[in-house]
Design a protein around this ligand. Sequence first.
Ligand code: GLA
Length: 409
Amino acid sequence: MRGITALGVLFLVAMVGALENGLARTPPMGWLAWQRYRCNTDCVNDPDNCISEQLFMKTADLMVSEGYLALGYDVVSMDDCWPARERDADGKLQPDAERFPSGLKKLGDYIHSKGLKFGIYEDYGTHTCAGYPGILEHMELDAQTFAEWGVDYVKLDGCYSDPHTMDQGYPEFGSYLNKTGRPIVYSCSWPDYLRASGIKINWTAIIEHCNLWRNYNDISDSWGSVTSIVNYYGDNQDEIAPNAGPGHWNDPDMLLIGNFGLSYEQSRAQMALWAVLASPLLMSVDLQSITPPYKEILQNKDIIAVNQDPLGIQGRRVSKKGNIEIWTRPVTPTSGDEYSYAVVVFNQGNGGGPSNVTLSLKSLGMTHSAGYLVSDLYEHEDIGKFTPDQHFYVKVNPSGVKMLRFNLS
Ligand code: GLA
């Protein structure tokens, strides 16, 4: 009996060690402060845009009143620059007292009262990227503190640390999160730091310990930044794409839509590509001032449904000829071993008018002889039924996309 009990305990410990926390069965959706609000701590001169409890409360209100929560955007997450420069007398992290006078338990309560989840940012090293206290040497206490505050989602960055220790450190912090007993989504920057340092990435470990992870450089508010990320995911898809699935996702970083750097076409392109990439949909925009066309892109139900498809298969770039790329993602409904597909035709060209593109269903892997019902997810149009031997013609604007869905008929 005793032996069996000991074995049972060992098994339990092994289970707690692994992340499988049942969370993020589809890519997380929400709002993350960094891209739009950065490390603006000047609440005296810029009270509406500084990193403060006001900003997160206002954003939580707008997530509900403007309909984002109803569509699945359910996390409101802080990024860097929330902490005080020093830990408190007990060694606990504390928020900046002037910018977060109510404290983070209260802020978490407020966010929860709106039906939303509370996200926080920290860093595995001695300091966050912006120089605030990191979690190194305080990991267990910090995980407990986050749980006390009601945190539901942690983004753990990797500045000011030795990337060679991350294979041990990221799982260790994940095990402390699990130990709190509170379900907490774990977003890791681990593989991005390994990649940047030329260290081999153990994907099995990343998948086991993190719900999502950054692979590549930070996004910034420009089209060049978006295309560099998309190209990285396309060029490295054989290594990256198979690692995505329910509970574990690649994270190409925040959506820029509604800010300053992307045109309307480019904004539609980012949303469509992030949907086929099974990427987390983390808006980073002022939800008060965003204009209707951009809000409409973020709130496109059909594209969100592709992103949130229950199969959780990440899409791939299946063709690239000159400026024209075709990305496809297998989605539901399925029949036997046949899938439906989301298809993004992406024009990376930046001159002239729309390009004419011919799609051959068969060469895209669509072989279902009864055919596919095709719809255009931006035009909200049913286009009709197409069989594998048929061709399909589209016009795609420069730095724009056509986004289609081919459902098994
Ligand atoms: C790193 C991360 C960004 C952001 C900043 C904050 O650069 O990759 O997403 O969190 O740190 O300082």
